[in-house]
Write a protein that binds this ligand. Sequence first.
Ligand code: ATP
Ligand code: MN
Ligand code: MN
Length: 306
Amino acid sequence: VPRSKTTPKDEKPQRRTVRLTHPDRVYWPDEGVTKEGLADYYTEVWRYIAPHIVGRPLALLRAPSGIDGQTFFQKHAWKGINANIVEVQDPAEKDDEPYVAINDLDGLLGLVQSATLEIHPWGSTLADWERPDRIIMDLDPGDGVDWPAIIEAAEETRKRLETAGLNAFVKTSGGKGLHVVAPLKPSAQWPAVKAFCKGIADAMAKDSPDKYVSTITKSKRSGKILIDYLRNQRGMTAVAPYSTRARRGAAVSMPLAWNELSPDIGPAYFTVENTPTRLQALDADPWAEFKAAAEPLKAAKGKAKG
Ligand code: ATP
Ligand code: MN
Ligand code: MN
């Protein structure tokens, strides 16, 4: 069911309750994308990005002077934090500094006001910090790996996840690779989820040692793809679907339908500039069924062989 049709395409949320200081500050100089432009982008994609960033701990890549200036990868709240951003306490680390979270579009615009150029959520929610609701297999190509090989790696990862009883979705990273994401019904805790993901990465490296590696130490080897399963640990993060990247080109991490993976698009093909057009042209959000497709990892017991 093309769920995006249930909301009229011209129905856009209103913003402007959050005050932006320096709205003309340029964040991506080559594209001329400003802070105000970033706020407009996130307002546009709000209903798509919301399920992936609301109600979970967030790490933020902040860049007050734009992508060419100093950047900060921030896991915790800071002094004078925007009032629309929520501070949350890790229930397992009561003495730790609070994390940041958002509840609504004002929260997202609070992140923009704070010069957040990348949003990196946890794989679990504030409702259940210990039981992830998604797996993210991060496919990191070494030097010399071509795009068709990255697509092939994503297809193989998908097959292995499906063999294990899960459903798999794909997105561009907005950088160099692809992310294969499987929604989970929260049941297994972090250590079991990590072990499962390691099993898939190790099996891929074992079955195709010429194509894949599963350990960072071997990841420098050119011509191979690192199957980075280490996003799937408590406290680790990966860039959110629809998040911008603090890199040249103003690319975003874009959810795709599997049949959109083709030579026509690369990992940084979708950008702040062309995403609104894409979303308006889509018949259906390619990830419309993401939440409904969640399965518990216990159904995935046993092998991760493809
Ligand atoms: P690419 O396709 O280029 O690999 P990516 O988003 O997958 O893009 P990675 O380098 O594979 O990039 O993943 C980095 C991950 O590590 C991010 O998703 C982020 O959550 C996490 N991370 C930890 N520390 C940092 C940091 N200092 N800066 C950026 N990311 C960080
Ligand atoms: Mn990556
Ligand atoms: Mn990685």
